[in-house]
Design a protein around this ligand. Sequence first.
Ligand SMILES: [Zn+2]
Length: 239
Amino acid sequence: MAAENRYSRQLLISQLGEAGQEKLARSCVTVVGCGGLGSPVLTYLTLAGVGHIRLVDCDTVSETNLNRQFLYREQDIDQSKSRQAALFLKERNSKIRLEPIEAVLTEENAEQILQGSDVVVDCVDRISVRRLVGHACQKLEISLIEGGIHGFYGYVLPVQPGKSACLECLETNRAKENLPVPALGAVAGLIGSIQAVECMKVLLNLDGVHFGTLLQYDGIYGEFEEIPVKIRPDCSCQK
Ligand SMILES: [Zn+2]
């Protein structure tokens, strides 16, 4: 029986165990966007002991974030999100490396910022940034956990570059930027938590990651639906 420690309860999970815990400790995950989805993703990866977490966000905290982004307090308004998030998380797990990156992702720097990650978790609301992240992950061959919300709706799509469909395979016609996105904290919490689970499954090399399958959540009816997404031959991910 392993000594009692912070991870005792998750070490009891047969798919995790000591070996899995070591894998998590050796892993590097980049979370792009420290907002509504980023809050649960970052929190659960931190608590689970992922060894190196990069927090990418160029924004500052605003009052409109506080209905869902539980990483921040009222007194954090106007402070850097990635830095405040790292401070919040450090108090919950001082044993891991939290690296705030206050950068605007661009064509020029995206690959440089994301390289070295075992998994990237996409938690942004801008389609233009989502595309940049997707393209960089394709190029770097890094698994990507996409997630998004819109009011009571949300989705998760795990992407394995070169092997499964990406978000753009799906998004031919509805790729219009329409901000701000309607957002409810509890829905962001649910979708972000699923992203965190899928991310840890990839890190642990478990079989159950549904790469290329869109998991859609309809909170109005309380229903989940799984939709297999076909690779679109003319998609940018195939070039
Ligand atoms: Zn594609």
